[in-house]
Design a protein around this ligand. Structure first.
Ligand SMILES: Cc1ncc(COP(=O)(O)O)c(C=O)c1O
Length: 376
């Protein structure tokens, strides 16, 4: 039975989100199927896209609109998404998120009915509709689903993707956890599959494997996060973030090359943008960065080690304990803190993203520019 206190906390958060968040939503116009509010609402517009069917889209409050109950996302998890952070009025690594979204959609063979520029302008319009202040941290959940279609898994029943972008906030872990670091559990039974089951590089809406891993590995949510392993027992990643292990060899304080930054190879984890940022910054700082195929939980432990999780919503989370054993001296490590400082700096730097106050032509120009400040 769910705890009353937990539920009332969740309700309070939802009410705050409801008061502030806005959602851009777009779907084909099908009589008797497409929510009438989307067809008739004054905020609805006919979308001009290259898709064969007429579409409607608009920006709404969350309680004004919903995804159709016969969209194949709620029916089958047939969708992909991005989670994007807005800090200091900058949508961090926005272009890189769009590129990954397009690759995920390609992997699922879902056609996105907008160009990257068109969709990005709608996302920016939605951010501007929320009225978030520059100093507030915002979060965008951008989702592309297979779309509305009759019951049955076959995608040919669907008439075109539903696209939506919720602009809101997100708090994965309490503030205190970032200061103290967290204890990680381990999911032993539920493993992270490779690309022959579900390509981890496709950021799909199917998170059941991760969810079951989280429930098992945190002993029913007694911890915040846990490690997920590959079938062979090597570390894959966390349930919503990538993992890094720091190995500090003698003399590391004066010679950065004595610091090794290890992370699992990309075969069993999401190609995380925070992961790519950390690898870029760490190499620039003179640390040795290595993607390793056989990182084991025991490798994270003991003196001279640091460990942290990395993700857009999770941020950089120091890990101070794994399965009850201390990492390093059991407090957040100095290399972890330095890397966190680099990410924080990048998030305040216009070169790392798109201004949330951008005009349409600025958005179009930004998306067209090809160079990324991180190595992907
Ligand atoms: C399974 C998983 N791994 C890693 C990440 C981190 O990726 P990113 O840094 O791009 O947010 C996420 C983020 O959603 C995730 O869900």
């Amino acid at each position: 039975m769910a705890d009353r206190k937990v539920i009332s906390g969740a309700v309070r958060t939802l009410e705050e989100v409801g008061a502030k968040a806005r959602v851009f939503i777009s779907m084909p116009a099908i009589k008797g199927i497409t929510p009438r509010v989307l067809l008739n609402h004054p905020a609805s517009e006919r979308a001009t896209t290259r898709a064969p069917l007429a579409r409607v889209h608009g920006i709404f409050a969350i309680d004004e609109i919903g995804v159709s109950c016969i969209d194949h996302a709620p029916l089958y998890g047939d969708a992909c998404f991005e989670g994007i952070i807005i800090r200091n009025g900058i949508v961090f690594l926005y272009k890189e998120h769009m590129d990954r979204l397009w690759k995920s959609a390609e992997g699922l063979r879902i056609e996105i009915p907008y160009s990257k520029q068109e969709l990005s302008w709608h996302v920016v319009r939605t951010i501007q509709a929320t009225g978030f202040k520059k100093k507030e941290t915002g979060y965008i959940r951008l989702v592309v689903t297979r779309g509305i279609g009759d019951l049955g898994l076959n995608p040919n029943k669907c008439v075109g993707a539903t696209v939506y972008a919720i602009v809101s906030t997100i708090t994965l872990f309490p503030k205190e956890a970032y200061r103290r670091g967290i204890a990680l559990g381990l999911s032993r039974k539920i493993r992270r599959p490779g690309s022959s089951t579900l390509d981890p590089r496709v950021k799909s809406n199917n998170y059941l494997n991760n969810l079951l891993g989280l429930l098992e590995g945190t002993n029913n949510l007694q911890l915040f996060e846990c490690l997920m392993l590959t079938a062979e027992g090597n570390i894959a990643e966390g349930t919503v973030d990538n993992i890094f292990c720091v190995v500090k060899e003698k003399g590391y304080r004066t010679r950065p090359s004595k610091v090794r930054i290890l992370t699992p190879v990309g075969d069993y984890c999401l190609n995380g943008l925070t992961r790519a940022s950390i690898m870029t910054f760490a190499a620039r700082m003179g640390y040795k960065v290595e993607e390793v195929p056989d990182l084991m939980p025991i490798d994270l432990l003991g003196p001279g080690r640091e460990c942290f999780m990395a993700g857009t919503a999770a941020g950089i989370m120091p890990v101070v304990e794994v399965c009850g054993n201390p990492v390093g001296d059991g407090t957040p490590g100095e290399v972890t803190k330095k890397l966190l400082g680099e990410i924080e700096q990048a998030m305040a730097d216009r070169r790392y993203g798109l201004s949330s106050a951008a005009t349409k032509s600025e958005v179009y120009r930004y998306i067209k520019s090809s160079k990324s400040p991180i190595r992907i």
